[in-house]
Design a protein around this ligand. Structure first.
Ligand code: SF4
Length: 212
């Protein structure tokens, strides 16, 4: 029997929410034909790398095109521990583990951690859409690595619109349980196709609903 399996990232869970069949082929069977990365994906990578270099204070880093990251340049140590493009992984019980063999994992774009609070920012190059799911997943990873954190104040930074999005104040207490329930639903799934607007941008060519 085919089952969902770790590692679980936000992308895996988001793909499952869009369409269980899409998740199955992309992340479990991994049988989608290889495609070159889209220009939007490449642009997103370039922007993230540029912001990370700038915020890490690399002397040769140019100013990023957006002014939003400048707010965080030169954060002093007494403001908290600064994370830039930090990979965090945990096991199914929320214990920090290495990336390989992890259960949940993700990369934090930018955060300042000073228990009992943390500030979390996720750079976005696409269209504005205020869904806190990715922020909640990353808040879970932070809270498991810094157990003193009780609340994460999290925002997307919409680089195209040059503005910060809604501020989500995320209590971390029940995040592990919430994500465990999501994974249980994935593991119990029979991976039915769920046709929708994204069938026009789906890598699952064997699906009869594919419109690419
Ligand atoms: S084409 Fe549509 S229904 Fe088929 S796997 Fe992709 S998203 Fe799901």
């Amino acid at each position: 029997m085919i089952e969902a399996r770790p590692p679980y990232s936000h992308t895996h869970m988001a793909d499952f929410d869009i369409c269980p069949k899409r998740y199955l082929h992309k992340h479990v069977l991994r049988d989608c034909p290889p495609e070159p990365p889209s220009e939007a994906l490449l642009e997103g990578r370039r922007v993230h790398e540029a912001i990370a270099s700038y915020l890490a204070g690399r002397p040769d880093a140019p100013e990023p095109a957006s002014k939003l990251p400048t707010r965080f340049r030169g954060t002093s140590p007494d403001q908290g521990e600064v994370l830039v493009e930090r990979k965090l992984a945990i096991d199914g019980h929320g214990r920090p583990v290495s990336w390989q063999g992890s259960y949940y994992r993700g990369t934090i774009d930018f955060a300042i951690v000073k228990p009992p609070v943390a500030l979390l920012v996720d750079w976005k190059t696409g269209k504005r859409r205020e869904n806190p799911a990715e922020l909640e997943f990353h808040a879970l990873l932070i809270s498991c690595h810094w157990p003193g954190v009780e609340t994460v104040s999290a925002q997307y930074a919409w680089l195209r619109d040059e503005c910060f999005g809604q501020e989500f104040r995320i209590p971390v207490k029940r995040l592990l349980e919430q994500h465990r329930k999501k994974v249980e639903a994935m593991q119990a799934s029979t991976f039915e196709a769920r046709p929708g607007p994204l069938c026009g941008w789906c890598p699952v060519k064997v699906c009869s609903h594919n419109k690419t």
